[in-house]
Design a protein around this ligand. Sequence first.
Ligand SMILES: O=P(O)(O)OC[C@@H](O)[C@H]1O[C@@H](OP(=O)(O)O)[C@@H](O)[C@@H](O)[C@@H]1O
Ligand SMILES: [Mg+2]
Ligand SMILES: [Zn+2]
Length: 184
Amino acid sequence: MNNISKALFLDRDGVVNIDHGYVYEPAKFEFVPGVFTACKAFADAGYKLIIVTNQSGIGRGYYSEMDFHTLTQWMIAQFAAHQVTVTDVYFCPHHRKKALPEYLKECDCRKPAPGMLLQGIADHHINPASSIMVGDKLSDMQAASKAVIGTRVLVRSGQEFDARAIDSADHVCDSLADLPSILL
Ligand SMILES: O=P(O)(O)OC[C@@H](O)[C@H]1O[C@@H](OP(=O)(O)O)[C@@H](O)[C@@H](O)[C@@H]1O
Ligand SMILES: [Mg+2]
Ligand SMILES: [Zn+2]
């Protein structure tokens, strides 16, 4: 089967939810205002929603993979309650310097590496050229560039970013909520 679908790849912290720092509990998971409406617009326009998230908090020992999966199931259920299907969620628990031994590695999945995006493209027969990546860091844009994603969007989540991040994006906006009016 050739790659015929298009995807809205989403970074999680800072894009789907407010990045309070290593969020792993539903009680601390604050959806960005307007995220459900925006994601439903893209889903209705034929985009598969795929989340790609660095989770070095696992490697650092702040929380477990089970904690992450429990939060992820809860997050997916919130989307479903708003009639939005999340096609898949990919995460990277690794860190090359600050991690427990089993997570201490230079991997190909931690953004800016493109591994999570490439896995989603393969698993879900995605055409990268007609897909979109939304992130809040330069590393998100770099991962998207390496995966040859057609449109890269940087959102102002409160993370500091420099001119390199802005230059690496096709669009810069305050939030995912702004995106349907820009791209659809
Ligand atoms: O934005 P995504 O990729 O969904 O997830 C980012 C999180 O895993 C955390 O990534 C950390 O960066 P380090 O992983 O410590 O460099 C920090 O930026 C935290 O504030 C943030 O919550
Ligand atoms: Mg982020
Ligand atoms: Zn990794």
